[in-house]
Design a protein around this ligand. Sequence first.
Ligand SMILES: Nc1ncnc2c1ncn2[C@@H]1O[C@H](COP(=O)(O)OP(=O)(O)O)[C@@H](O)[C@H]1O
Ligand SMILES: [Mg+2]
Length: 366
Amino acid sequence: MSKTVTDDGFVVFDRVQKSYDGETLVVKDLNLSIGKGEFLTMLGPSGSGKTTCLMMLAGFETATHGDILLDGKPINNISPHKRGIGMVFQNYALFPHMTIAENLAFPLEVRKMSKSDREAKVARALDMVQMGSFGGRRPAQLSGGQQQRVALSRALVFEPDLVLMDEPLGALDKQLREHMQFEIKHIADNLGITVVYVTHDQTEALTMSDRVAVFEDGRIQQLAPPDQLYEEPQNSFVAQFIGENNTLQGVVKEINKGIALVQLDDGSLIDAKPVNVSKPGERTQVSIRPERVEFDMSRLNEGAHTLKAEVLEFIYMGDIFRTRLRVAGNDNFIVKTRNAPDQVRLQPGQTVEIGWQAEDCRALDA
Ligand SMILES: Nc1ncnc2c1ncn2[C@@H]1O[C@H](COP(=O)(O)OP(=O)(O)O)[C@@H](O)[C@H]1O
Ligand SMILES: [Mg+2]
C-alpha cells in the first residue's frame, strides 16, 4: 500500500513551460508539487513530455517559462552537479574502464570525500542492491540486470534527498523488471528519499508510486494515488490509459439524484455516475471496468438498467474467466469474472443480460 505523504512542496514545478524550437510547447503549463519522501511517477505515452520535465529538474534543460523549486529554493540557475540529485536512466552508462567500486566512488571523489569514507559508502551502497561481492568487476562482466543495480546504487551512494529515474527498467526482461520494481520501492521507502520516476508502463506506475501524474501532450491529465487513478479516472484519456476499460458512446437523457441516465447509440438505456457531464443532451463516453460488470442481475440495486449482450468469446484463464461480448455495437466489451466453483461458463453465440451499479460506471467526456 502506498504511504501517506504530506505534500510539503519539496519539489515544485510552478507554471513551467518548455519549447525546444521556440514554437511548440512540449510542456504546456506544469504545476506540480511533490512531498518529501514521496514516490511520484510521471506516466504517459511516448512524447508526452515526461523526460523533458525530468531533464529540467535535473538541470540538463532549462524551462522556457516558470520556476522549478527544490526545498523552497528556485534552482533555475543552479548547475546540475550542484543540485545534489541522484539519477538513473535506461542506458546506465557506467564507465567501462573502471571497476564497479570505482564507478561508485567517482561521484564521491568529485565531492572530495576522504578515501575511508568513500570505501564505507561504496560498500554500503553495493550491499543495498545485493551487489556487495561485485565491487572488483568491470561493467562488461555483469548482466544487464546487475548493471542496472549498480547504476541504482551509484545514484544512491552520495545519499541524495532526491533521485530521478527515467525508464530505468526498460531494458530488462519482464520477470527481472517486476522484481526490481519492488526492490527500488523498498530501498526508496527505507532510505526515505524522494523519487521522481518516469515510465510509460502503467502497471509499473501503479505498483511503485505514492502518486501518479498522468501526462498527455505536455499536460497532466490527472494526479492521484494509484487506487484513485484506477477507480476514479477524471476523464476518458485516463480511463483508457490506466488498466483495462470498456467504453460505450451515448447521450445524457437526465441526471437525477447523482445518477445519469444515458441513452447509448443503439437506443438502450444505462445508468452511470456523472463525472464530467452536467446536463441532458450532452454526448458522453461511459466507462466501466471489466471486473465491475455483473452477469447476475440479483446483485444489482432495484431499478438498475440492464443490457442485452452477445457472447463472442469465453476464455478460461485460471484465476479468472474473460468474456468478450458485443454490447451496443461494441465488439470488444470485456468482462472478467472470478473463477468460483458456481460460476457459469458461457458459450459463444449465447445472449446474456449484463448490468452494473451506477457508481461503478462513469459518464466521461465524449
Ligand atoms: N532535445 C530535444 N530537442 C527537440 N525536441 C525534443 C528534444 N527532446 C524531446 N523533444 C520533443 O519533445 C517532446 C516530448 O519529448 P519527451 O520529453 O522526451 O517525452 P517522453 O519522455 O514523454 O517520451 C517530443 O515531441 C520530443 O520529440
Ligand atoms: Mg522519455
